[in-house]
Design a protein around this ligand. Structure first.
Ligand SMILES: NC(=O)c1ccc[n+]([C@@H]2O[C@H](COP(=O)([O-])OP(=O)(O)OC[C@H]3O[C@@H](n4cnc5c(N)ncnc54)[C@H](O)[C@@H]3O)[C@@H](O)[C@H]2O)c1
Ligand SMILES: O=C(O)C(=O)C[C@]1(C(=O)O)C=C[C@@H](O)C=C1
Length: 302
């Protein structure tokens, strides 16, 4: 049996539109309703026929939903929830896809007292935004981490987990605070590093902008892809996962200083040992079948 019959998506950008496409592909009988604050996005979703209905307000979108998924930037979760609070059916489950979880659970609980809130984070995405960037296979064989709060209804957790499994994801459950520490190091810090290095390269006086573009064929090019990620989304991620990111950044700076010292002192063995250890980690990821779907994954859908 399907976990939900009437699904509403609030926010129809990359992730929201990918969920809509994946629901169409895997659960075609589900009635899909969508709402986005941006009228151009609503028009595009209408044109692409990604939902059965696109409404003019958040309230109208949720009125008969049994699952509502907030797919807006994490800084907009509170406002999006407040907008639909008066129309949310008592038995609906509300979920989200935000990249940071403890703060999102806090603001949703505040905005929707008494609602069944089961947050989730599909660990899948690209550097692109908007409804045209989405695709149905985005979640295939990618993790989706469910982060219920204390005392969350186990049956509701099961239904949300089953929903994501049907979209092709592998599901894991984690406490929101633990999620935020894990993702701080595996996702948030790498983005911060990419944003930094691309900025540094373009600020170098002795290197021209055209040289940065011309010679960015290798490792740097991968950084530019990540550094092209959505500014609103990432501003909000760093502001809502501040403590964990700052903690991981401190650890990272110490390790970077150690490598800097090894280079300065000519300690080749230290460098070699470090690089050998990190190479094994990459190989472990590939052996587990969790390899990247190629750096230009999103681009092939342009
Ligand atoms: N992009 C990724 O790689 C990725 C991966 C996993 C999770 N996420 C999370 O998914 C969420 C959405 O990210 P995205 O990449 O789809 O962003 P996006 O910019 O492509 O889409 C966000 C959409 O939300 C709409 N919106 C903003 N405020 C709104 C409001 N109050 N009410 C209704 N609509 C509103 C915007 O108009 C936009 O269309 C974020 O919370 C992000 O952290 C992103
Ligand atoms: O591949 C990318 O472009 C991504 O940045 C995807 C990525 C990640 O860091 O893994 C980014 C943020 C999300 O919350 C989940 C996935």
């Amino acid at each position: 049996m399907l976990p939900f019959a009437r699904v509403t998506i609030i926010g129809l950008g990359l992730i929201g539109s990918s969920i809509a496409r994946a629901v169409r592909a895997h659960m075609p009988t589900v009635r899909l309703t969508g709402y986005d604050a941006d009228a151009d996005v609503r028009a595009t979703v209408d044109r692409l026929q990604l939902c059965d209905d696109v409404t003019e307000s958040a309230g109208a979108a949720v009125i008969d939903a049994d699952l509502v998924i907030l797919c807006v930037p994490v800084g907009a979760m509170a406002a999006a929830a407040a907008e639909l609070a008066g129309d949310l059916p008592a038995d609906a489950i509300i979920s989200d896809v935000g990249s940071s979880k403890a703060e999102v659970l806090r603001v949703l609980t505040e905005a929707l007292p008494g609602a069944t809130i089961i947050p989730a984070h599909p660990v899948a995405g690209t550097e692109r935004s908007g409804p045209e960037a989405g695709f149905a296979t985005l979640f295939h064989k990618r993790w989706c981490i469910i982060t219920p709060g204390h005392g969350a209804d186990p049956a509701a957790v099961q239904r949300v987990s089953e929903f994501w499994r049907r979209l092709g994801a592998d599901v894991e459950t984690m406490a929101p605070e633990h999620h935020d520490r894990v993702l701080a190091v595996t996702s948030h810090l790498p983005h911060l590093i990419a944003y930094t290095i691309v900025g540094t390269a373009s600020d170098l006086e002795e290197v021209t902008q055209s040289e940065v573009i011309k010679y960015s064929a290798g490792g740097f090019r991968d950084f530019t892809r990540i550094a092209a990620s959505d500014p609103t989304m990432w501003r909000d991620v760093f502001l809502t996962n501040r403590e964990a990111v700052l903690d991981m950044l401190q650890r990272f700076s110490e390790d970077l200083t150690a490598l800097q010292r090894a280079i300065r002192l000519g300690k080749g063995d230290d460098l070699f040992d470090h690089f050998t250890r990190t190479r094994a980690i990459r190989r472990g990821i590939i052996e587990q079948g969790q390899d990247d779907p190629a750096p230009d994954f999103g681009r092939s859908h342009e």
